[in-house]
Design a protein around this ligand. Structure first.
Ligand SMILES: *[C@@H]1O[C@H](CO)[C@@H](O)[C@H](O)[C@H]1NC(C)=O
Length: 303
C-alpha cells in the first residue's frame, strides 16, 4: 500500500522513488532544520529585534562618512595647493596681525595709546602669505596640563623679560629649561593669585572667592591679563574670564593666554570704548591696565 506522501513523491520522482533519494531528502531536511534552529537561536533573534534598523542606519552613516571624507580630502587638496601658491611670510612679519602696526600708526601721528589701536586705513597693501610659527614651535600640551605648563619657544617671552616684568603673577611662574610652568593650583609656590582673588571677593562683601558664583558673578572681563593667571584661577572656580589686551609687537599677553587655552582677544580700552553691550560681563577686572576710570565717569574699586 502506498501512502499519500509516497504518491506525491512518485509524482515528482516517477512511479518508484529510489530509497537513497528519499533518505537524502530526509537528511537534507534534517540538516536544514538543524541549521535554521541554530541560526535563529543566535543570529536571527538579534537580527529581527534590533540589528536590522542598525544595519540601515550604519549604512546611512557609512555613506555620510564617505561623503565627508571625500569633501575633506577635496578641501585638503585645495588647501595644499593654496599653501603652495601663497608661501610663507618673511621673518619681519612674525607678529603680523591685520590692521595692527604700531610703527605705522606712530608715523601717522597717532599717540596717547591710539597707536595701539586697530587702524586698517593705515595698513600696508595686503600681502598674501602665511605667518610663520616661531622657530622652536611645539604643539601645546593638552588641557588641563597645558593651562599650567607651556613651551617657552611658543611665546615671545624671554627669562629676562619675565623676571623684569614686575608682575604679581611672576612669583607663580617657574621657568624650566624650555617650559614655563604656572603654579596656579596647589604647587610649592605660595598661591598669590588665590590671595588676590580672596581680596577681591572680600571687597565686594563675600567671605571667599568660591562665593562668586552664588553672588551672580559668572563672566569676567580681565583687561590686560598679564600671564592669564587670574583668569586661569577663575576658571578653576567655574567662572569664565575673557582676557582683553592691547596688540603688542612682542611678548603678547593675548598670545600667552591663548597658549594656555584661556579665551583672549586683542583690544585696547585706553582710547576707545569696545563694542561690548552693557551687562556683557558681571565683573570687569583691571590690574595696572593704564585706564583712568574716573576720567571716563566710571566708579572703580581699588585694591
Ligand atoms: C608697519 O609699518 C611700517 C611703516 O609703514 C612698515 O615699514 C612695516 O613693514 C609694517 N609692518 C608690517 C608687519 O606690515
Amino acid at each position: 500500500m502506498r501512502g499519500p506522501l509516497v504518491n506525491k513523491l512518485s509524482l515528482i520522482f516517477g512511479p518508484r522513488p529510489p530509497l537513497n533519494c528519499i533518505l537524502l531528502c530526509l537528511v537534507s531536511v534534517c540538516v536544514l532544520i538543524a541549521l535554521l534552529s541554530s541560526f535563529s537561536s543566535t543570529t536571527f533573534d538579534s537580527v529581527t529585534s534590533y540589528a536590522k534598523p542598525d544595519v540601515y542606519t550604519n549604512y546611512r552613516k557609512l555613506k555620510e562618512q564617505a561623503r565627508n571624507d571625500y569633501l575633506e580630502l577635496k578641501s585638503i587638496s585645495l588647501g595644499a595647493n593654496l599653501i603652495k601658491d601663497v608661501g610663507l611670510c618673511g621673518k619681519e612679519r612674525e607678529n603680523y596681525v591685520p590692521c595692527y602696526n604700531v610703527s605705522a600708526n606712530l608715523l601717522a601721528g597717532l599717540k596717547d595709546g591710539e597707536e595701539f589701536d586697530r587702524h586698517c586705513e593705515l595698513s600696508q597693501e595686503h600681502q598674501n602669505c602665511l605667518v610663520r610659527p616661531p622657530k622652536e614651535y611645539k604643539i601645546p600640551l593638552t588641557w588641563p596640563a597645558g593651562r599650567d605648563v607651556i613651551w617657552s619657544g611658543n611665546v615671545k617671552l624671554t627669562k629676562d623679560q619675565f623676571l623684569s616684568s614686575g608682575s604679581m603673577t611672576k612669583r607663580l611662574m617657574l621657568l624650566e629649561e624650555n617650559q614655563i610652568a604656572f603654579h596656579s593650583e596647589d604647587g610649592m609656590i605660595v598661591d598669590g593669585v588665590k590671595d588676590y582673588s580672596h581680596l577681591i571677593a572680600d571687597m565686594i562683601g563675600l567671605g571667599s572667592d568660591t562665593e562668586f558664583l552664588q553672588a551672580g558673578v559668572r563672566s569676567v572681563l580681565d583687561i590686560g591679563c598679564g600671564f592669564g593667571s587670574f583668569g586661569a584661577h577663575l576658571l578653576s572656580l567655574r567662572l569664565m574670564a575673557l582676557c582683553v589686551a592691547p596688540y603688542e609687537p612682542s611678548g603678547s599677553q593675548v598670545q600667552l593666554a591663548l597658549e594656555r587655552g584661556l579665551p583672549a582677544v586683542i583690544g585696547n580700552f585706553i582710547s576707545k570704548q569696545l563694542p561690548f553691550p552693557s551687562l556683557s560681563y558681571d565683573m570687569v577686572h583691571c590690574a595696572q591696565c593704564g585706564i583712568i576710570w574716573d576720567s571716563k565717569g566710571i566708579v572703580a574699586f581699588v585694591l
